[in-house]
Design a protein around this ligand. Structure first.
Ligand code: SAH
Length: 460
């Protein structure tokens, strides 16, 4: 190991930065964020740097570099465009036994700056020991994606609770176990959702009652329209934590596979009129599993609160005071529109968009058809394949032009995605001929014309 990573306490520490160009400005930003008492030595500096110095009480010493600039300082950074000046700063710092960093010149450094992931107070540093800063930054980006933004808040919360927990559990072993479980529990989730009071209350309960460590919870997770890449980080994280996974037909097998290997998988799928489990039984099953102490992930296609009956599934949980979370997902309307190259709104074509249920009830699509007359509103019909002839008919009967463009997106965002296009007058015939299979989504409005130019995914 060529370098030892350490975290420096810089609050109020005199630090000197020689050079105030773009590179210097970047370093200054970091140093000021860490509370350094910064002096920048440079004949000119960038306007941004001048502003941040003024804001944080730093000093701009408008002059060429001289050895005396290092006197009284604890840390030295050189970022001038001149190798010769940088070398002098380095030599002077060494002579004064000061740690020195010359930006982008590892040979002239006694310390280097890692790439950092900042979840203050949690800081993750990535360094390639000066070998490949680009690789370090790439790695940082990957870690950025893995570490939830709210971990900082969680760490601060744990910091505040530390003494309390220590008083209740004086022995170190059990205390560590308590923290490990707490960090994986609803307490942590509550903190990360911004409900710190509730979290603190639960933490106190957990301290009082060891049994409560094993109380279950439910995650109602929007899994997106199909492409597994469209899951959110939060969805993936909670899915990974679940002991049991409940999923239905709209959830792609690849997504179900993302659950832990040892997690139990239960299919509760719904096909039109063919329910593997009726809704009330799904609601009950969620409750029973949670009461057994299980962490249950309920995967829903798209977004749980868009035609997903998500509300019904958590009502019963709420009544029994089982803790739950709802994770939003990309709804099929959004997924289909983006992957088919049909913007749902567009300054020239549509100023609003309406998500509509298109299913047949008693052989008709139950809608207030006269409210669909606006030609500047995009209509998105979910569950509308069977009702399509009626939808086209009713829209025309209520004043929409037979020429109004309409698209049907079959199996949106999946490799098999297909887009059928026509008009209100022709679409019924096209669908009869092409025989698309569910799930399909119907988009009506002028924006459909843009598909020709904007399509980028799947077969043309
Ligand atoms: N909660 C879901 C919608 C459930 S209703 C969401 O937010 O997307 C089921 C309807 O969603 C289907 O009948 C179909 O119209 C639509 N749908 C879901 N996934 C789809 C997909 N991959 N392609 C096209 N339509 C889809």
């Amino acid at each position: 190991m060529q370098y030892l990573p350490v975290c420096l306490q810089l609050q109020g520490t005199p630090v000197v930065l020689v050079g105030g160009g773009t590179v210097g400005t970047r370093k200054a930003r970091l140093l000021l964020r860490a509370g350094a008492n910064l002096t920048v030595v440079s004949p000119q500096i960038s306007p941004e740097l001048e502003g941040s110095l003024a804001q944080h009480g730093g000093i701009w010493q408008q002059s060429e570099y001289a050895e005396t600039d290092l006197h009284g300082k604890k840390l030295v950074i050189a970022a001038t465009p001149s190798r010769e000046v940088n070398q002098r700063v380095h030599d002077d710092a060494i002579a004064l036994s000061l740690p020195v960093n010359v930006v982008d010149d590892p040979e002239l450094c006694t310390f280097i700056f890692p790439a950092i992931i900042d979840r203050d107070p949690i800081i993750i540093a990535v360094s390639s020991s000066g070998q490949s800063p680009v690789l370090a930054r790439l790695l940082r980006r990957k870690i950025e994606a893995l570490v939830p933004a709210a971990y900082g808040r969680l760490a601060r919360f744990a910091g505040r609770m530390r003494t309390l927990v220590k008083e209740h559990i004086p022995e170190e072993g059990p205390r560590r176990l308590f923290w490990e479980q707490t960090m994986e529990s609803t307490v942590a989730e509550q903190v990360m959702s911004g409900r710190e009071q509730a979290a603190e209350q639960q933490l106190r309960e957990r301290l009082r009652d060891a049994d409560s460590l094993y109380r279950g919870e439910v995650y109602l997770i929007g899994a997106g329209p199909g492409d597994p890449d469209l899951m959110t980080f939060k969805a993936a994280r909670l899915l990974q934590r679940a002991d049991v996974v409940l999923y239905d037909r709209l959830v792609a097998p690849k997504i179900v596979e993302m659950a832990r290997k040892d997690a139990e998988r239960v299919y509760v799928g719904k096909r039109r009129a063919e329910h593997a489990l009726p809704q009330v039984e799904i609601n009950q099953l969620l409750l029973d599993l949670a009461l057994q102490g299980k962490r249950v992930a309920r995967l829903k296609g798209g977004d749980p609160f868009v035609f997903g009956r998500g509300g019904e599934e958590i009502e019963l949980l709420a009544r029994h005071k089982v803790s739950f979370q709802v994770v939003p997902g990309i709804t099929a309307g959004s997924g289909a529109a983006c992957y088919a190259g049909i913007p749902l709104t567009h300054r020239d074509h549509a100023q609003s968009v309406r998500f509509v249920a298109g299913y047949l009830k008693n052989d008709s699509v139950d809608q207030n058809w006269s409210s669909f007359q606006s030609t500047t509103e995009t209509l998105v019909f979910y569950m509308g394949l069977l009702g399509l002839p009626m939808i086209c008919e009713q829209l025309q009967a209520h004043g929409r032009s037979p020429e109004t463009p309409i698209a049907l997106v079959e199996r949106a965002t999946l490799m098999e995605q297909r887009v059928l296009r026509g008009t209100l007058a022709t679409m019924t015939e096209i669908v009869r001929r092409e025989k698309p299979t569910a799930p399909t989504l119907i988009i009506v409005g002028d924006v459909v014309r843009l598909h020709e130019d904007l399509a980028w995914f799947g077969e043309a």
